[in-house]
Design a protein around this ligand. Structure first.
Ligand SMILES: *Cc1c(COP(=O)(O)O)cnc(C)c1O
Length: 419
């Protein structure tokens, strides 16, 4: 079992009686039924273990149990939240920004689309077919029309197709640009989308829930160019609970123009104003929010400032190197593999038909799981797959590996993974 260490936790500072301890033992037993997310062997979904410092800060703050909805619910953690938002804003290159933490990327994206709709009623949402599936769902929630923009052969938003949609738009639309798609880890051409603003009027929302932190890492020139265009986006979403070493429940939204705070205006009879300062509760869709998330992120960023060439950037670099390394090794071992742009590596066994190869890849995935190495499967379409094969099914099942931990940058691990 991979989670046996949970049984050893003593919680000696807590006033727990015998009955409580017995229940915790039972809980530790129940929690054994999980994949070993915290180990090198887990390279499946986009799951990265929180840093121990983040866990400790989260736990410590839970004794206060602050509510960052309003200053009177959590004074200290509201101040911490403003600090972390300021640092995230500087990282993306905003000079001034309005923003806050959210429960995750989906809520943050919902809010960004909502602000877009408040600024331009009747706007259509344009997002690539590789964007996160929740964009179309959230557009539905907001009652906004949604149109899919096709991707190019690499899985990035096709700017020519986007231009046609922009040319045909009557109301300035909201273009969702994904920096780091969830499936293939591809970076949409943000700089080229920004350039289209010379000819067309539209709003840009950047979904960098997964990829945002790579802003401070060393990327290939072309990828870097798109990350550098981030300050031109009207809104940006980054999930500290994806690459930022945080426990779940930590997303963020950043708005370039603080004046957009006016869209949130509400008069709640329940919220007391304890000062003339900005209320985080005034600029969120969600009401109660855990101040623990701000505390954990603040503590983590004290240790890991968001500096280029800093400790945190070095950790991210390990992930990029891991994906490149695994890709190269996969080619050497006779697999097909797509060149990774961030830290997701896609590979496949070779074969003649899509049905046959999909069966082989599923078998490979199962065999690895039995060996204790956890990968993921991904369905790709013909346009996304550059190699010749007989397409006797709509989709091809390939192997997806997300290398989010520094420990993944290890040739011995790649060999075990591909063996
Ligand atoms: C994970 C992800 C989301 C959704 O974020 P949650 O925190 O899971 O709600 C949105 N967009 C992208 C690109 C993502 O990778």
């Amino acid at each position: 079992m991979n989670w046996n260490h949970l049984r050893a936790l003593q919680f000696s500072d807590l006033p727990l009686d015998k009955e409580d301890r017995a229940i915790l033992e039972e809980l530790a037993e129940r929690l054994q039924d999980n994949y070993p997310y915290h180990t090198q062997e887990y390279a499946g979904q986009m799951i990265k273990p929180p840093h121990a410092l983040a866990q400790a800060a989260h736990w410590m703050t839970s004794f206060v149990n602050p509510n960052n909805h309003a200053l009177d619910g959590g004074r200290a953690t509201s101040a911490l939240e403003l600090e972390v938002i300021d640092q995230l804003g500087s990282m993306v290159g905003y000079t001034l920004c309005l923003g806050h933490l959210t429960s995750g990327g989906t809520m943050a994206n919902l809010e960004a689309l909502w602000v877009g709709r408040q600024s331009t009623p009747h706007a259509t949402v344009l997002a690539s077919s590789a964007s996160h599936y929740t964009h179309s769902r959230m557009s539905e929630v907001l009652g906004m029309p949604f149109k899919e923009v096709p991707t190019d052969a690499q899985g990035r938003m096709d700017t020519e197709a986007l231009e046609q949609l922009l040319a045909a738009s009557e109301v300035p639309p909201i273009v969702v640009v994904t920096l780091g798609t969830t499936g293939l880890g591809k970076v949409d051409p943000l700089a080229d989308v920004v350039a289209l603003k010379e000819k067309y009027s539209f709003r840009i929302h950047v979904d960098a829930a997964y990829g945002g932190y790579f802003k401070i890492s060393q990327l290939p020139k072309e990828t870097q160019r798109h990350f550098e265009a981030m300050p031109h986006a009207d809104s940006i979403v980054i999930d500290p609970h994806k690459h930022g070493l945080q426990p779940y429940g930590c997303g963020s939204i950043l708005l370039k123009d603080p004046a957009e705070g006016r869209f949130y205006k509400h008069d709640s009879p329940y919220t007391y104003f304890t000062s003339g300062e900005l209320h985080l509760g005034e600029i969120t869709l969600e009401c109660s929010r855990p101040g623990t998330a701000a505390a954990a992120l603040w503590a983590t960023m004290k240790k890991f400032p968001l500096a280029k060439d800093g400790r945190f950037a070095k950790r991210l670099q390990e992930s990029l190197l891991a994906a490149k390394g695994l890709h190269k090794r996969a080619l050497e071992q006779g697999f097909w593999s797509l060149d990774p742009e961030l830290d997701i590596c896609i590979f496949s066994t070779k074969g003649n038909s899509s049905t046959e190869i999909s069966i082989q890849n599923r078998a490979f995935f199962e065999r690895k799981a039995n060996e204790g190495i956890h990968l993921a499967l991904l369905k790709v379409q013909r346009e996304q797959w550059p190699w010749d094969l007989q397409w006797d099914s709509e989709e091809l099942v390939v192997i997806r590996s997300v290398l989010m931990k520094p420990e993944h940058n290890d040739p011995a691990f790649w060999m075990r993974l591909l063996d």
